[in-house]
Design a protein around this ligand. Structure first.
Ligand code: WT7
Length: 653
C-alpha cells in the first residue's frame, strides 16, 4: 500500500507565506485558541459581519440524539443581503462585485459594481414583494448561471424569504418535488439556459413541473436568450418588465441569526433527497471567514469558483462568502470544454484571475486533452488553486500543480459538505505544506475525530484510519432537514452518539495530516482488507491509457467483496485483452496484490450528476447485476451512459 505520509510534501514559497493572512505560527495559535475557548473565538469572528442587534449568547448546542439543537449567535439580528451589498457601498460602491462570463466567448462579459448590485437586488426584492412573497416564505430558484441568480438569492435574503436553488440541469420532476418539498410560493426561472453551446428550455421545464404543484405557485421569468416561451396569464410574471417599474430601494428585513437563509436539497445514501437548512448569522460568519482565509483573498483580487449556484459551493463560495468580504467574484455560465478545452484558462487569462477553485473531475477531463490548451494562455495572475467535491488523485493534483500553477500556487484541497456550510478541512496557503490528495488540517474551531467504525471509540494518535466525525459544532453547520428534524438527527447523530457523523472515512497519517478516503459506503472490504475505492481509482488513472476510473465493491463468494472497475480510456486508446491484463498488473504493483481488480469493464462514459460527481450507487447496482434497483436516476447528466454500461456489463467469471 502506498503510505501517503511518505508522499512528497510541497512547502509554500516565501512570497506566499509573507502575503498570507495566516502563517504556520498563526495557524497553530489561532487553532489552539479556537479549541480552548470556542465562545471567545467565535465571538470575535462574528465581528466580520454587521449586526443590527448584537447577540449576547455565542453558542447553544446539543448533539444528544433526541435533543439535537444547534444555535449560534441566537439572539442577534442581521440582514445577510445588507452584509453582502449595502455595507460595501460607501467604501467600494464602484468596485466590481460580480464579473459575469457568458457561455459563449463571443458574447461580452459584464462587470457589475456593488452599487449596481444594490439596485438590482432591491428591484428584485420589490418584485418579489409585489408577487406576495413575505418573510419566511419559500422561493425556488431555477436559473442559469446569470447575475440574476445572485440577485434572486440576495433579494430573498433581503426580505427574509428562504430560497431553495434547484440546479438548472435538473428535470421537471425533480424540480416539482423540490417546489412541493418546501411548499414554495414563487418559482424563479428563465426562458432558456445556454450551456456548452446548447440551450436547456428552462421555462418549458418549469411549465411541466408546475403541472405537478399547487395552482397557487407563481412563476417569475427572467429573459436570458429571448427564446420563445408559452405564457400562462395570472401565473407567469415578466421579471424584466417588472424590474423596470420597481423601486430602487428596499429596506433590508431584520432577521434573527437562526432564521433560515436557504434550503438546499442533497442526496443521501437512502431515500429521497433531503432539504438541508442553513441559517443566517453563523452561516455568513463561517462562509466569509473560510473564503478569506482558505483562498487567502485580498482586496483587489479576482476570485473565480467554477461551481454552479445550484450546489452549496456556489452558495458559499460564489455568492455569500465572497460578497460578504467585498470581493470581486466571477460567475461563469459555461463549461470547461466549450468552445474548446482551453476555456477555463482563457477566462483566467482574460480576467486576470488570482484564485481559481474547481472540481477534480474537471481537472481530469482537461488533463486528458493535453497541456497545450493550458500553455497557450497566460496564467501568471494565479496565486491560489483550489479543489472540492471528491478526493483528488495524485496525478490530477500534480498536473494542476505543475501545469496550471507552474509550481507556484498552493493547492487548497477543501473537504466539506452541503451539510457543513463551508470548509472543514483544508491546507491554508501560507501556513501548511500540501500533499497530493490530502485535506491536511482542520479549519479553526473544527475538531475532527477518527472513530473506530465498530466500537465508535475515538482512535488517538497518528497513522490511524476510521470514520470521520466532528466533536462539536461550528457556526456554518446545517441546523435541520427541512420539515423533518427527526431525519436530521437520525442521519447525522444516531450512529456515533454525541458526534456529528460525516459519512466519510478518513486517515490521519504519520504526520497528523488528514486524508479523506471517500464515503464510508464506498469503502470496500476485500478478504478482510479495508480499501478506499479512491485508492484503486487513483492507481488506475495513474496509467497512461486511463482517462477516468470508478471502482465499486460487489459481493464475492470468497473474498467477501470483490473489486469492480469501470475504466474510461484516453481518446487515442482502444480496449484489448492485453491492456486489461496490463491494468490488473499495474494496480497490483501500484497498491498491492489485495487491490488486484476482479473485473474491469470498459466504460465509454461514467454516470455522473450534473455537478460531475460519479454516481457510484448506480455503478454498484450494475456490478451487482441488480438492474431493477438503480434507484433515483433523475440527477444523471446523461442517462444513456447507464444503458451502455448495462448492455456491456463485464462477465464477472
Ligand atoms: C462529500 C460532500 C463540498 C461541496 C461540494 C460537495 C466529498 C467533498 C472533498 C475533498 C475528498 C471530498 C466527501 C463529502 N468531498 N470535498 N476535498 N476531498 N472528498 O458537497 O455534494 O455535499 O458532498 O463530497 O465525500 O462527504 P456534497
Amino acid at each position: 500500500m502506498t503510505q501517503e505520509s511518505d508522499s512528497k510534501a510541497y512547502a509554500p514559497s516565501k512570497e506566499t507565506v509573507a502575503r498570507a493572512h495566516v502563517n504556520a505560527t498563526q495557524y497553530d495559535e489561532m487553532y489552539a485558541a479556537s479549541m480552548q475557548d470556542p465562545e471567545g473565538f467565535w465571538r470575535q469572528q462574528a465581528e466580520r459581519i454587521d449586526w443590527i442587534k448584537p447577540f449576547t449568547q455565542v453558542k447553544d448546542v446539543n448533539f444528544t440524539l433526541g435533543n439535537v439543537s444547534i444555535n449560534w449567535y441566537t439572539d442577534g439580528t442581521l440582514n445577510v443581503a445588507a452584509n453582502c451589498v449595502d455595507r460595501h457601498l460607501e467604501t467600494r460602491g464602484e468596485q466590481t462585485a460580480i464579473i459575469w462570463e457568458p457561455d459563449s466567448p463571443d458574447e461580452p462579459a459584464q462587470h457589475i459594481t456593488y452599487k449596481q448590485l444594490h439596485t438590482h437586488v432591491c428591484r428584485m426584492a420589490n418584485v418579489l414583494e409585489t408577487m406576495g412573497v413575505r418573510k419566511g416564505d419559500r422561493v425556488v430558484i431555477y436559473l442559469p448561471m446569470i447575475p440574476e441568480a445572485a440577485y434572486a438569492m440576495l433579494a430573498c435574503a433581503r426580505i427574509g424569504a428562504i430560497h431553495s436553488i434547484v440546479f438548472a440541469g435538473f428535470s421537471p420532476d425533480a424540480l416539482a418535488a423540490r417546489v412541493n418539498g418546501c411548499d414554495a410560493k414563487v418559482l424563479i426561472t428563465a426562458d432558456e439556459a445556454p450551456r456548452g453551446g446548447r440551450k436547456t428550455p428552462l421555462k418549458s421545464n418549469a411549465d411541466a413541473a408546475l403541472l405537478h404543484t399547487k395552482d397557487t405557485v407563481k412563476c417569475l421569468v427572467v429573459k436570458r436568450t429571448g427564446g420563445q416561451t408559452t405564457w400562462v396569464d395570472g401565473r407567469d410574471y415578466d421579471y424584466n418588465e417588472m424590474a423596470l417599474e420597481a423601486n430602487d430601494y428596499s429596506k433590508p428585513a431584520e432577521m434573527n441569526a437562526e432564521d433560515p437563509l436557504f434550503i438546499l436539497y442533497t442526496s443521501g445514501s437512502t431515500g429521497q433527497p433531503k432539504g438541508v437548512v442553513h441559517t443566517t448569522g453563523g452561516y455568513l460568519t463561517y462562509a466569509a471567514m473560510t473564503h478569506e482565509i482558505t483562498f487567502d483573498y485580498h482586496d483587489g483580487d479576482i476570485y473565480w469558483c467554477t461551481a454552479d449556484v445550484g450546489w452549496v459551493t456556489g452558495h458559499s463560495y460564489i455568492v455569500y462568502g465572497p460578497l460578504a468580504n467585498g470581493a470581486t467574484t466571477l460567475m461563469f455560465e459555461g463549461v470547461p470544454t466549450f468552445p474548446d478545452a482551453s476555456r477555463f484558462w482563457q477566462v483566467c487569462d482574460k480576467h486576470q484571475v488570482t484564485q481559481f477553485y474547481t472540481a477534480p473531475t474537471a481537472l481530469r477531463a482537461l488533463m486528458g486533452q493535453g497541456n497545450e490548451w493550458v500553455e497557450k494562455c497566460d496564467l501568471s495572475s494565479l496565486r491560489t488553486l483550489g479543489t472540492v467535491g471528491e478526493p483528488i488523485n495524485p496525478e490530477a493534483w500534480t498536473w494542476y500543480n505543475d501545469v496550471v500553477g507552474k509550481g507556484k500556487c498552493p493547492i487548497v484541497d477543501t473537504w466539506w459538505q452541503t451539510e457543513t456550510g463551508g470548509h472543514l478541512m483544508t491546507p491554508l496557503p501560507g501556513a501548511h505544506a500540501t500533499k497530493p490528495g490530502a485535506a491536511m488540517k482542520p479549519f479553526f474551531g473544527v475538531a475532527p475525530v477518527v472513530l473506530d467504525p465498530q466500537s465508535g471509540e475515538e482512535i488517538e494518535g497518528n497513522g490511524v484510519e476510521g470514520v470521520l466525525c466532528i466533536k462539536d459544532s461550528w457556526p456554518g453547520q446545517m441546523r435541520s432537514v427541512w420539515g423533518d428534524h427527526e431525519r436530521f438527527e437520525k442521519t447525522y447523530f444516531s450512529d456515533y452518539k454525541g458526534y456529528y457523523f460525516t459519512g466519510d472515512g478518513c486517515r490521519r497519517d504519520a504526520d497528523g495530516d488528514y486524508w479523506i478516503t471517500g464515503r464510508v459506503d464506498d469503502v470496500i472490504n476485500v478478504s478482510g482488507h479495508r480499501m478506499g475505492t479512491a485508492e484503486v481509482e487513483s492507481a488506475l488513472v495513474a496509467h497512461a491509457a486511463v482517462a477516468e476510473a470508478a471502482v465499486v465493491g460487489y459481493p464475492h463468494s470468497i473474498k467477501g467483496q470483490g473489486i469492480y472497475c469501470y475504466v474510461t480510456l484516453m481518446n487515442d486508446r482502444e480496449p484489448s485483452d492485453d491492456l486489461l491484463k496490463e491494468l490488473r498488473a499495474w494496480v497490483r504493483t501500484e497498491i498491492g496484490p489485495i487491490a488486484s481488480p476482479d473485473v474491469i469493464q470498459w466504460a465509454p462514459g461514467l454516470p455522473k450528476t450534473r455537478s460531475g460527481k460519479i454516481m457510484r450507487r448506480i455503478l454498484r447496482k450494475i456490478a451487482e447485476n441488480d438492474f431493477g434497483a438503480l434507484g433515483d436516476t433523475s440527477t444523471l447528466a446523461d442517462p444513456s451512459v447507464v444503458d451502455d454500461l448495462i448492455a456491456n456489463r463485464a462477465d464477472k467469471g
